[in-house]
Design a protein around this ligand. Structure first.
Ligand code: ZN
Length: 80
């Protein structure tokens, strides 16, 4: 009679240990679609606010922000 290999699964006795608060906070989340919290639209544009001209006349600096394109077309500036 030939020896059979052990089964490819393991039997656990009881529940697995719970994650700590740190593990729960830093556990990776599945990717999800970015949506506007006001209109639930998925069209997002990147804007730069507070840019200045350098001596050569090129706009530099500023702060990047994500803005809902649908709300922007309506005249609202909703940051994502
Ligand atoms: Zn919106």
């Amino acid at each position: 009679m030939t020896e059979r290999p052990p089964p490819p699964f393991a039997v656990f006795d009881g529940l697995p240990p719970k994650d700590t608060r740190h593990e729960r906070l830093h556990k990776s989340k599945p990717p999800s679609l970015v949506r506007c919290r006001r209109c639930a639209g998925g069209s997002i544009v990147t804007v730069r606010m507070g840019m200045t001209y350098n001596p050569k006349g090129v706009p530099v600096g500023g702060v990047k922000a994500l803005v809902c394109a649908i709300c922007l077309a309506r005249g609202d500036h909703v940051l994502i």
